[in-house]
Write a protein that binds this ligand. Structure first.
Ligand SMILES: [Zn+2]
Length: 336
């Protein structure tokens, strides 16, 4: 009995598809080759990434007095405050909140932009998109796809556990460098192209958790490779003011609703303030003329859910015509 060779007839569109796929691969290789051409590529300027709820029209500026015109008092629970984002250490992460880090290592175009030391690594679901966008941002700026994620969520890695603390919150990641061509792994340091992270990680809501010079405050030896997702507002405040995570609480105490931080992010404003909760558990939120509270995000800060950082995005009615610069500001403190 002879063995008949099975011939599979393929419809013509398959060849079209295969051709298209081939061209796509060639294209990707070409682009990657161009991009990996060297470190002479200047890191790009990244556009503002806050959601632009209230783009600032030309010639207008935020009138902080209008912010204090009237408040609504929102029940803290109605703001669904995140109680772990700005908490030290972190505590338990419900399994439903965890996702494979694998979901973060592909760009929107399906290109693999980073690798994992262990394919089973998991992290908080909320960190997946920011992490993916940060890796993509790094790739777009440098052409490098060399980041290897060495560690993410580890249920037992609390501060007391020692060497690299705070992996139990699900928001922390250790980076390494993996050079595929030479199959070599090296330590991640903020040098050469990787300096990008020092300048841009905050745009994606990440900070270096144990920066150089903050050892006494963090209680952990400085390390470049450990990043933590803290959300974009906190990441910006920490980076802009060269603070480590431990200093956020104290810094924000100086910025209550009476003297809020106003962050202008390329035409979109975010007003951020600290609020100590009393027994009423209510948070003042600036209200519009119609008596509607502004969209507000709140994050618990410090111990025992006794204070929050609130961030509101003012609408156009909170802006007035920008004053032309006239006399110099003589707001000086004159001491004896
Ligand atoms: Zn770590």
């Amino acid at each position: 009995m002879s063995v008949k060779k099975r011939r599979i007839k393929l419809p013509p569109w398959v060849f079209g598809l295969a051709g298209a796929a081939l061209w796509f691969v060639i294209g990707v290789i070409g682009v990657a080759a161009l991009r990996s051409g060297g470190s002479d590529i200047e890191p790009k300027e990244f556009p503002p990434r806050f959601s632009v709820d209230a783009p600032v029209p030309d010639g207008l500026e935020l009138d902080t007095a209008l912010l204090k015109r009237s408040f609504m008092y929102a029940d803290i629970e109605s703001l669904s405050p995140d109680d772990t984002l700005l908490a030290k250490n972190g505590g338990e992460v419900p399994p439903a909140k965890l996702q494979p880090v694998f979901n973060a290592v592909f760009s929107k175009d399906g290109l693999q932009i980073a690798s994992l030391k262990d394919s089973r690594l998991k992290c908080r679901a909320e960190a997946i998109v920011p992490l993916s966008e940060m890796l993509d941002g790094f790739y777009n700026a440098t052409g490098l796809r060399t980041i290897m994620i060495n560690a993410a969520y580890e249920p037992d890695a609390s501060a007391a556990a020692g060497k690299c603390a705070e992996h139990n919150n699900g928001y922390s990641f250790d980076f390494g460098i993996y050079l595929k061509d030479s199959d070599r792994r090296t330590a991640f340091t903020i040098e050469s192209d990787y300096r990008w992270f020092a300048a841009h990680a905050w745009e994606y809501g990440f900070v270096q958790r144990y920066p150089q010079g903050s050892e006494e405050l963090t209680g952990v030896a400085a390390r470049d490779d450990h990043f933590r997702y803290v959300g974009r507002v906190a990441a910006r405040i920490l980076t802009e003011n060269s603070l480590c995570f431990e200093q956020l609480d104290e810094f924000m105490r100086g910025h209550t609703i009476d003297d809020p931080l106003v962050l202008n992010d390329g035409g979109s404003y975010v007003v951020v303030y600290y609020h100590k909760l009393d027994e009423s558990r209510k948070v003042p939120v600036p209200a519009t003329k119609e008596g509607e509270p502004l969209p507000c995000e709140a994050y618990y800060i410090g111990k025992d859910r006794k204070a929050v950082i609130a961030a509101v995005r003012p609408t156009v009615e909170f802006f007035t015509e920008a004053k032309a610069p006239t006399e110099p500001d003589l707001d000086l403190d004159i001491d004896g």
